[in-house]
Design a protein around this ligand. Structure first.
Ligand code: ATP
Ligand code: MG
Length: 687
């Protein structure tokens, strides 16, 4: 067995100090690429080597991919000597599910709860909203379902009073305060009654569970160490969860970078970082200063970007890799030329030995990559896309899962309506009647044998009820067999209903092939809702691929990751910032931080590109133009790049170490993370 200090041999002194820090609360604040996640992972390894059982360590992070990556890194550091199995590593939401499965009954969450995703939640809220609209009889203008759900979600996550949320963000609906409060109360009550949990509930329930006088204390005692990455993007509710889990801060570690906070639309608040030392007494605050990811020429442009931020971030990243390739700023005629340029550069890098998987193209909104995807398909280059519409959100996947959801929880009316409406001849009225029958019966789905379907649907109805009662029964059938049975029934309906039926069927076959990964039907349903595979490629990840694919990602989904070659495409007016997100000053500043997050993903080559201005026809003729270099790149900053036009690209300039400028701000100049906070937030998620 190696000495536990050997585990930390590669760390710098401050990182090592953080990794070896005892059980008092620790806050590690540092810029992009300074090794925050690296330190966190080493700290976990060190703690395990010091004798703490992995099953008593909880590692919380922001995305499923980030959690997986951390565990992989931990495994690599630990080698064969340390057993890390049993560690609780995951997102806050996934961890909540895990806790609820074990302890949920204590706060009234049935073991067989089912999950609603956003569109299911909208549907349920809509049914209550329609009743309310009848009651107010046109005297008030109520929000639409999507807006109402956003309000509610923001209120839950920010833990602000509804009145304040309306006044600040939805002043048009301030006069409906009373009605909306009633609506949201009924909505919560209905979900609890029928055993349904949605995304936001997971945090609320986790907090309530941890505050439970008996169970909460037991859970708190079980976890000796709780470590949180990307702390700048947690919200008030997540802070409350941590307070409940570690009331004194004993065993708690948080790491973050206030300059990378990009999730205010989910009510994330940088106040969590700022207030940490006051919330948890005896906090040790450590700062990391050296960036190990990018070369200095690339860091210079990122520093220049943040130096124009309105909120006073003064930290500068520096690296001892002082030489390297200059960052590229490339103007393109239009989006097609931008796509061609990117593909051409990707191929060239590949030829020079950088595999596709070590290159990434980042963009502000998922639809920005369409022209590029066309070009990649033409070149037959494999790619995987993260962010944007998730696999499990597509209509056909949701249909298939709705059968299982209803079998799991017969009170899940949203799932019931969804599948009833798939059956030809059954309309909303009939579906409503069928659902009402379920609410009052204790016999479950077999009650539908009593339904008189329209004559055109009678045969189909019989096989439908047979299928559902079989799925509902406890007769042992593997998850795969259950899915296949649903597919037999649903396949022909899918063909009649959707375009692209063969492609959609392929998706569903992939889903069925994943079934063995899950312990139970409930686990599959919950996992696919809270951590949906980001793409169909993700689902196929197990399949052998000839060449690991290029990465396409929204900036939000690229958080915490790094690649040798990074393209930040469409850094253009009307695209970054997204006009809607930039309506408030806070939103505008958050968009700047998004660009910063994107640029700081690059290790060796960075390309920032934009198309020339064009009229934007979407939404009718208007004067709005889209394109032209984003205003975040000021003229002095633009000069730091090598500027080129896609028409005639020349070789990338190389700055050698000896002639490189010294780091703009060395360690001593790095300022504290404190900054002014302001009350206005942007809550637009245009990802
Ligand atoms: P981000 O802000 O993007 O989340 P981070 O601060 O979490 O970044 P890491 O991802 O941990 O940074 O590290 C960035 C890169 O620097 C990684 O490639 C990591 O292996 C490397 N690195 C971190 N610490 C050291 C070190 N002490 N020596 C050499 N390389 C290091
Ligand atoms: Mg990180």
């Amino acid at each position: 067995m190696q000495d536990k200090d050997d585990l930390l041999a590669k760390l710098n002194p401050v990182q090592r100090e953080a990794a070896r820090h005892g059980e008092n609360p620790l806050l590690l604040i540092a810029g992009a690429g300074t090794g925050k996640t690296t330190t966190l992972v080493h700290r976990v390894a060190y703690q395990i080597a010091s004798g703490i059982s992995p099953s008593r360590i909880m590692l919380l992070t922001f995305t499923r991919r980030a959690a997986q990556q951390m565990v992989e890194r931990l495994r690599r550091i630990s080698g064969d000597d340390l057993d890390i199995s049993g560690i609780w590593a995951g997102t806050f939401h996934a961890t909540s599910v895990r806790l609820l499965r074990i302890f949920g009954e204590a706060i009234g969450v049935p073991a067989r709860f089912t999950m609603h995703d956003r569109s299911d939640s909208e549907d349920l809220l809509d049914s209550l909203l329609n009743k309310l609209k009848k009651d107010v009889d046109g005297e008030l203008t109520l929000p639409r379902k999507g807006t109402a759900l956003s309000m509610h979600s923001f209120q839950v996550n920010s833990q602000l009073p509804l009145e304040e949320v309306l006044d600040q963000f939805y002043p048009d609906y301030s006069e409906c305060l009373h009605e909306l409060q009633g609506l949201f109360d009924r909505y919560q009550k209905q979900k609890r009654q029928v055993g349904i949990v949605d995304y936001d509930d997971l945090l609320l329930l986790m907090r309530d569970l941890l505050r439970h006088p008996e169970v909460g204390v037991r859970i708190g005692q079980r976890f000796e160490r709780v470590l949180v990455d990307e702390y700048q993007d947690t919200n008030s509710l997540q802070a409350q969860v941590l307070m409940a889990l570690c009331p004194t801060g004993k065993g708690l570690t948080a790491v973050g970078d206030d300059a990378q906070s990009i999730y205010s639309f989910r009510a994330a608040t940088v106040r969590n970082i700022l207030d940490f030392p006051e919330q948890f007494l005896n906090t040790t605050l450590l700062k990391l200063e050296q960036n190990y990811r990018g070369t200095q020429p690339l860091l210079d442009v990122s520093n220049a970007l943040m130096s124009t931020a309105k909120e006073g971030f003064t930290k500068s990243l520096w690296s001892d890799r002082t030489g390297g390739f200059r960052a590229q700023l490339i103007s393109c005629v239009d989006e097609s030329q931008q796509a061609e340029m990117i593909v051409e550069r990707i191929l060239r890098h590949r030829k020079e030995g950088i595999p596709l998987a070590s290159q990434a193209v980042l963009f502000r909104a998922a639809y920005h990559s369409l022209a590029l995807e066309t070009e990649l398909n033409r070149e037959k280059l494999p790619y995987v896309k993260f962010g944007g519409l998730k696999f499990a959100e597509s209509a056909h996947v949701k249909d298939l899962l709705a059968f299982l959801r209803l079998a799991e929880n017969t009170k899940d009316t949203v799932a019931a309506i969804r599948i009833l409406l798939l059956i030809p001849g059954i309309g909303p009225k009939k579906a409503g009647q069928c659902v009402d029958m379920l609410q009052v019966t204790s016999t479950g789905l077999s009650i539908w044998n009593q339904v008189k379907p329209p004559s055109s649907a009678s045969l189909l109805w019989k096989s439908f009820v047979h299928l559902m009662t079989e799925l509902e029964s406890d007769r042992p059938k593997s998850l795969k067999q259950q899915l296949e049975a649903v597919m037999n029934f649903y396949g022909p309906l899918l063909e009649d209903r959707y375009d692209n039926a063969p492609l959609r069927k392929r998706d569903l076959e992939q889903l069925i092939s994943m079934a063995d990964r899950f312990e139970s039907r409930q686990q599959m349903l919950v996992d696919l809702t809270i951590d949906p595979p980001s793409s169909t490629e993700d689902v196929e990840a197990d399949r052998k691929r000839k060449e690991p694919p290029l990465v396409l990602s929204t900036i939000h989904s690229a958080k915490g990751l790094e690649w040798p070659v990074v393209f930040v495409m469409s850094a253009a007016a009307g695209m970054l910032p997204m006009p809607k997100a930039a309506e408030t000053l806070e939103g505008y500043e958050e968009e700047r931080r998004l660009l910063y997050v994107a640029m700081t993903r690059a290790a060796d080559w960075l390309y920032v590109s934009y198309p020339q201005p064009r009229y934007d026809f979407r939404g009718g003729w208007s004067n709005a133009t889209v394109g032209g270099m984003t205003e975040y790149i000021t003229p002095p900053m633009a000069k730091m790049f090598q500027r080129q036009h896609a028409d005639c690209l020349s070789e990338i300039e190389r700055i050698d170490s000896s002639s490189a400028s010294l780091p703009q701000a060395g360690p001593s100049k790095r300022a504290s993370p404190m900054r002014k906070s302001s009350s206005k937030k942007s809550k637009t998620n245009s990802e």
